[in-house]
Design a protein around this ligand. Structure first.
Ligand code: DGY
Length: 422
């Protein structure tokens, strides 16, 4: 084990609060949905039982309708806003009322198929299967009430890419509630405000939370919300997760579930054409309120490879994101884009989890050189800056939270195996 491997392992252990791992102390003191699933990949390198436990703990907070919440507030912590009172979901344990990109099935498949202890993997994979299937059914019904093949996201926090410029127009259309309850942000006490979403974005984030709470978090919010986006990342991640869950269904002899999954896959594949800009070949999110693609394409569009749907034109379009010349792949926003901000969260910085998903998709689809380049840059970032939440793609500086769990997990499960950059 190298010194960096040991440091990454120590971060997972230090952020382990007993059955779940916080993304980082202070800034994110609870269990986050997609963080935990991706972090389980890191745990699998250290302790397979603990990897399953991470996902099992998350699913223990699954709602009766199948939704897996974005945050599970296992124990109180005054250092985070918005806490359980503001969400008012009435769940035990308390949870937020929205979800996050459904990476669970794909992470679980990797853990099960790579496990040294196949008996344990089989048993724990089987036990999780119906729960993960219920979460996919929730997406394909509650979040696709018109059977369109595309699932809708109701809050930028659901995409995990909170302040991406992809949401600028859709979020600007959300009118800040005149009766918005006053609030005090805590995130900017942990991290430089210049690295976080703006006050105008937070007012709209909280307006949406207040609106949905007023509707008791009922399914009707999927049709009445002023923010309804078919997020290209969530849809690509769900399509990939459907394929991975289908592999489980076939392995476990679940023929009914397999048929249901094949149907979701077929419908998604038939609907994804709306994401593609025919002029550029880039994949954008789709704003359902106005019925048009969102104007700014981000790195999220390259998750088409993770979904198995990338092509040579899209692979060629990676170049401006990679930028070369000592810069680090993969900027979340094209550095030449006027909205690029290399230090502000999802408006330019590099994220190792996005790099992992995109690079693995590229590799699987036969673009090995592009995948290796992204992996090598990810490795260089950690080697030079450490285990930060995100990184400046221009100078490689570590940004956001430090000792960050999913960055450490991506190191353990993926980046450390990359060849050093030439
Ligand atoms: C936050 O609080 O910044 C999170 O991204 C919400 O999930």
């Amino acid at each position: 084990m190298s010194a960096l491997d040991a440091r990454a392992a120590a971060i997972l252990r230090a952020n382990d609060l007993g059955g779940y791992t916080v993304p980082t102390k202070g800034l994110y003191p609870f269990q986050w949905n997609w963080d935990s699933c991706l972090v389980a990949l890191g745990w699998a390198q250290l302790d397979e039982a603990r990897a399953f436990q991470e996902i099992e703990t998350l699913f223990s907070a699954q709602w009766p309708d199948g939704m897996v919440p974005q945050i599970v507030f296992h124990r109180p912590d005054p250092g985070y806003f918005p806490g359980p009172e503001r969400w008012g979901t009435g769940r035990t344990p308390p949870t937020s009322g929205i979800t996050q990109p459904p990476v669970a099935a794909s992470c679980l498949r990797r853990i099960v198929e790579g496990a040294a202890d196949q008996a344990q993997a089989e048993a724990r994979g089987r036990a999780l299967f119906p729960k993960v299937l219920a979460s996919h059914r929730w997406f394909h019904t509650v979040r696709d009430p018109d059977d369109s093949g595309l699932v809708t996201t109701l809050h930028p926090w659901e995409t995990g890419m909170d302040n991406s410029p992809a949401w600028d127009e859709a979020l600007a259309r959300v009118e800040i509630a005149p009766d918005l309850e006053p609030y005090v942000r805590k995130d900017t006490t942990h991290v430089e405000p210049s690295m976080r979403p703006t006050a105008a974005e937070y007012d709209r984030f909280m307006t949406l939370v207040q609106l949905y709470r007023q509707h008791g978090w009922r399914h009707e919010i999927a049709t009445l919300s002023p923010f309804r986006v078919a997020d290209v990342a969530t849809n690509c991640i769900l399509l990939r997760a459907d394929r991975d869950l289908l592999a489980f269904a076939e392995r476990f002899g679940e023929t009914g579930a397999a048929a249901e999954l094949r149907d979701w896959i077929r419908r998604a594949e038939g609907a994804f054409g709306v994401f593609v800009d025919p002029m550029t070949g880039l994949w954008h999110s789709y704003d359902r309120v106005v019925g048009a693609r969102t104007p700014t394409a981000t790195h999220a569009g390259f998750l088409a490879f993770w979904a198995g749907l990338g092509d040579a034109r899209l692979a060629a379009a990676l170049a401006p994101w990679q930028a070369g010349g000592g810069r680090f792949a993969l900027a979340s926003v094209r550095p030449a884009d006027p909205r690029f901000d290399g230090r502000r969260y999802w408006r330019g910085p590099v994220w190792l989890i996005a790099n992992f998903l995109i690079a693995e998709g590229l590799r699987e689809q036969g673009y090995g050189d592009a995948a290796a380049g992204i992996a090598a840059d990810s490795r260089r970032l950690v080697e030079s800056a450490g285990f930060f939440e995100y990184f400046d793609p221009l100078d490689g500086a570590g940004l956001g939270g430090a000792s960050f769990t999913w960055t450490a997990a991506m190191w353990l499960a993926w980046a450390r195996f990359a060849h050093a950059a030439g």
